[in-house]
Design a protein around this ligand. Sequence first.
Ligand code: URA
Length: 212
Amino acid sequence: MSEDMKVTVIDHPLIQHKLTLMRQKDTGTKDFRELLEEIAMLMAYEITRDFPLKEIEIETPVAKCKAKVLEGKKVGVVPILRAGLGMLNGVVNMIPAARVGHVGMYRDPKTLKPVEYYCKLPNDVEERTLIVVDPMLATGGSASAALSLLKEKGAKSLILMCLVAAPEGIKVINEDHPDVPLYVAAIDEKLNEKGYIVPGLGDAGDRIFGTL
Ligand code: URA
């Protein structure tokens, strides 16, 4: 990994094992979907490590005591359509009070630039930490455009969480959004001429939804 990349790789053994299963071309849709959800859950566990706590008084069956609970940080999860949907349930399982927004982006075949076609967000977006999820950070174009859109809509606190990233995509996010912490499970070698991550896992959307 190049020294100047600002990215946190969450490479817990369980995540590495599950990701290896996902990469294999013979892994079918059901397993692929379940593994992605499980990894998203494990990544959410790590990403929320610094969430603030407060102390409250409670009473156990044995004694009164002080104990910690989450302070109540407001969270939103924003999958980038369509592949981001595959990571949504995993994150929401860990943060059940999170609100969910959706951002849809497609790549204009002429300009090759990402174009927004759908955006529906919680109305208090400026008060929430938004965890933006998209499994494959390839060129970084859609993720960067989605982050810009969320900032335009008022988001002040953003986190980007991807499964596999290419160095090219990490560079784009670092340059366009130096304020956004980036978490990935793996950094792969490169992009190929068709824009696929190598070795990657193929088209994540197609593998999640069985549209191969
Ligand atoms: N999107 C995918 O689903 N896979 C890639 O390898 C790159 C972009």
